[in-house]
Structures are given as C-alpha cells and as structure tokens.
Design a protein around this ligand. Sequence first.
Ligand SMILES: Cc1ncc(COP(=O)(O)O)c(C=O)c1O
Length: 420
Amino acid sequence: MQKREFLKGLTGLGLSTPLTFNHLDALMASIGHLSDDALATHEDFWLKIRADYRLKSDYINLENGFYGIMPKYIEDHYIDHLREINFQGSYYMRTVQMENKKTSAARLAKMAGCLPEELIITRNTTESLNLIIQGQKWKKGDEAIMASQDYGAMRNQFRLMERRFEITVREVSIPNHPKNDEEIVALYESVITPKTQLLMVCHMVNITGQIMPVQKICDMAHRYGVRVVVDGAHAFGHIQFSIEDLHCDYYGTSLHKWLTVPLGAGFLYVKKDQIAGVWPLFAEDSRDPEDISRLNHVGTYPVHTDLAIINAIDYHHKIGGSRKEARLRYLQKYWTDQVRDLPRVVVNTPVESNRYCAIGNVGIETIEPADFAKQLLNDYQIWTVAINRPGVRGLRITPNLFTTLKELDVLVKAIKELSA
Ligand SMILES: Cc1ncc(COP(=O)(O)O)c(C=O)c1O
C-alpha cells in the first residue's frame, strides 16, 4: 500500500467498520411531523429506542444518574476503536492521536456553544472542577462559596483549599422548592464579601434534580467581581443549553452520564479571558498563557474514548436533544404527578417544569432512605439510590430514554403501597 493511502486511512475518525444509522433514519423519518411534546408521549416510538440498548432483565434501572449506559451503536463503535488502536499501537499515538482528540473537542465545543479554544477533554467532572478549584491563584484570606447540596468531591476540594491556602469557604443551603429564581440568587448574594473570589453552583443538583438559574447567579456574582464555576455533571446531553448563554467563567461536566460516552470522559470549559489565570494540575511544556492546552497534559490514557465521543454526539443528534429532553421531563412528571400529594410522601424536586428534567427525588416520612431503597429492590425489583443529606432524605429516581411507562407504573405502585 502507498504510504499516502495508509496515512489517509488513519487520519479519519471512522477508523473501523462503518456502523450505520439505517434503523434510526427510518424511525426518525416516521415521527418527523410530531412536536417534541407529542413525541414524548409516543410509547411505541420509545420502545423502539429501547431496543437500541442491551438491558439486564433482573431489575428496573432507575439509577441512570450515576452513568448512562451506552446504546449498542456507541458500544460497538467504542469496541471497534479500541481494537483498531490496539492494532495500530504506538503508530496511532504518535501520528493522529492528538489531531483526533482536537476534532472530538471541537465537536463538543460546537454542541456546548463555546469556542474550541475554550474547551478541553478531561476524564470527568471531578477532574474538570478540581482543576479549577485547586488552580486558582488563592491567597490567604480569600473566600469562596458553595452549597450544602453540592457534590461531595467538590466540597472536599474546597475544604482542602481552606487547609492548604487558609481561605474561607462560605456555604448556602438551597431550598428544595424555591419561590422563584430571585430567592436563590439572593441566597448566594448574601454570602458574598469583598474577599470572595469564586462561587460554585450546580447546573442541576444531583441529589434532587433541581435546575439552577445559573445565568442569573453568574450575572449577580460578576457585579461583585466574583468568578463562577458551574458543576454541569448532570446537565450536558440532558437539557438543552449553550454555555455562552450561562455567562459562567468555567463549566465542567461528565460525558459518561447523559451523552452516553463510554466511562471516563468529561470536558472543562474555561472562558477565554480566564485561561491565563488557572494553574495547571500537571505541568505542560511552555505554552502561551492563554492556550487552554496548558491545562490538559494528562499523560497516556484510553484514547479510544475520545473517538467514541463523536459517535455519542452523532447518536444524540440523530434522536435530537430537544426530543430527548422532552421525553425525560415527561417521564419524571409522569411518576411524580401520581405521588406528590400522597400522605407521608415527600417529593424533593420542584414542580415547575423549568426547574427539573429526568431526575426526581422522593422520600417516605416513615422509612429511612436506605431501607426504602432495599425494599424497592427486594420487593419490586427497582434499582435506585438512597440519598440521606440534610434537607434531602429520599431516593433519587433517574429514568433514561429506555425507561417505559410500565416500569414507572411499578414505581408508583411501590410508593403507594410502602407509604400507605
Ligand atoms: C453534581 C455532580 N458533580 C460531580 C460529579 C462527579 O462526576 P464524575 O464522577 O463523573 O467525575 C457528580 C457525579 O455524580 C455529580 O452528580
């Protein structure tokens, strides 16, 4: 084979057997006339999407918030990428690895609504946000803000900064049922002082599913010169948004949750004018201070995952982000509407449709969350996760695109029986 042809074969992202979308093309054409909301209720259509997944029959999986299993289309591509890179060995790594990573990052940037030079691929939200939290130019006496409902690993990282740099971290507690956006904005504003440098906010609170008014919080914080880092672990690939519209300084997410990229992928967005202000975690060769690749020296890692990002984005767009969001919101509303007003049942997720999507949290006053989870698994074969945090005691219920109304009927029956 000519050298040129050989190299050409390596440069594209479609490294291996083309796996096509024929089945989805026909399916999507058949529903093209329906609005997102009408399609959300079209159980036959979603049953066909369900057939795209390999699902275990032992339990009803309502714990898709941890990570979102891949549809077969993405899984097959992923395995092919792994095989092909293992076949090419270090030749792949030394020739097109970085070029391919950049292509995947550019596709993510397009989907996220930011510039390609503002985004790097990371392993997950933990890495993305910790890069920012530990990478600030902290001085003794500086202050930061987080919420009691934020994710443990990020809260721990802020506490570490307190010990390491002698900063102070102030904490707010987000109401499960806010009156309006202004109540939340005022809460964060109440703890800002002239020393505040950084505010962290979840785009979607992982334990309750509450969607936060991020843009309003960012605009308020910026009036005080405070930078905002957004924990978007649960938002990207789940709800439709553009980073540009959020007005944040940093945004981190995991791609193995709602975009169904294989495990171990995330991204970090850093606004162009903030890049130079962040210390890298691992030192890179000398670069322009405004070059985001300065923050992305990670050593050797499973690079086949970078390639599967493209397949996951293709799959996401094939179904359509707004269709996916409408279905997920419909599923949550379907079950919460049936249990919200029952005696002893506490739904810890807001009722307004702009404040939730797939995730809901439900508790029963008379049952410990861990026991509730056990009973659901043992007696109803429903897999969930117990949450027992101040102000949030219940189970996090997270359906996915393959979840059926029949499965949610089992959940509703279980909640009715256990709370009776
Ligand atoms: C709000 C939030 N932030 C961060 C993370 C950490 O995500 P990862 O483990 O993918 O880094 C999670 C994980 O569930 C989360 O829910």
